[in-house]
Ligand binder design. Structure first.
Ligand code: SF4
Length: 281
């Protein structure tokens, strides 16, 4: 099997990515194996070059992360030291989000004239949740319900996470994100009564889904912005020198993109939170 290099270079496919199967590679294996490699390369490439993978600014989903140092790495534009598997789970999440948006559009159409003044559910709207050192922090809010004043976020999660969220609530990161989106809608002049996260199982029965919610509290959003502003100020003043000074947390360190076991150069990579799962002394 041979491949035309000009055809390979056509379109928006980035053939410079390591792992692109060359014609020689493909000639050395069976046609089926060659296709498998090409398909896997395409999937990994589109994940790597998806817009979410290239973002460098903080977003509402990151402001509530319990580890200040992780936020600091993001702000310094640190190299990723722990790439792990291509981000397949987030890709599943993104794909399901797209499908859910279609479901909600269908629901809006189904409700039709039952709700005055337009569709009941406002979908995937960009909201401005506040500023950090004068820079606007924006993000896409999955669902706003005009009838109940609810701000709802979808999360597609694995079995263990789902169990944890049912037992202990959504954790700081998702909770803060919900209230930040709530503030974004409030700043658009919409009443916000509650924030919610609809946890949908990635690998369990749909009936296991869990709808967490609590009354909207603007102070939760304001405090998260103030915390992130403090971290941003430190990073702007000290650069990577701020990283060893930022507090850490047991926040799935082995999955953190800046994790490097036994790292002694915290300015470049993090050895993990002491005592956290995967922490190596
Ligand atoms: S490895 Fe753990 S402690 Fe270090 S930055 Fe990441 S989440 Fe924080």
């Amino acid at each position: 099997m041979t491949r035309d290099p000009a055809a390979q270079a056509a379109g928006d496919i980035d053939t410079s990515r390591v792992g692109w199967p060359t014609p020689a590679d493909l000639d050395a294996v069976s046609p089926a194996e060659a296709v498998r490699r090409e398909l896997m390369w395409a999937i990994e490439n589109r994940i790597d070059y998806a817009p979410r993978s290239l973002q460098t600014r903080l977003g509402p989903s990151e402001l509530g992360h319990p580890c200040q140092r992780r936020i600091g790495y993001k702000l310094t534009g640190a190299e990723i030291s722990n790439p792990g598997d291509p981000a397949w789970y987030p890709t599943i999440g993104t794909a399901v989000h797209g499908w859910l948006e279609d479901v909600m559009k269908w629901l809006n159409g189904h409700l039709g004239s039952l709700v005055e003044g337009g569709p009941r559910f406002l979908l995937e709207h960009q909201v401005d949740v506040g500023e950090i050192l004068g820079e606007h922090i924006t993000g896409k809010s999955d669902v706003y319900d005009r009838v109940t004043g609810g701000v709802i976020d979808w999360k597609i999660v694995g079995e263990r996470q789902l169990k944890k969220y049912k037992e202990k609530g959504p954790g700081d990161q998702y909770r803060v994100q919900g209230h930040l989106y709530g503030r974004g809608w409030q700043r658009r002049g919409m009443p916000v009564n509650y924030v919610a996260v609809f946890f949908l199982p990635r690998d369990r029965m749909l009936r296991d889904a869990y709808f967490w919610h609590e009354p909207y509290d603007e102070q939760i959003a304001v405090q998260a912005l103030a915390r992130a502003e403090g971290i941003t100020t430190m990073v702007r003043n000290l650069g990577t020198g701020a990283l060893p000074m930022l507090s850490t947390a047991d926040a799935h360190c082995t999955f953190c993109p800046y994790f490097l076991p036994a790292s002694t150069q915290v300015e470049e990579a993090c050895p993990g939170h002491p005592g956290a799962t995967g922490y190596i002394r």
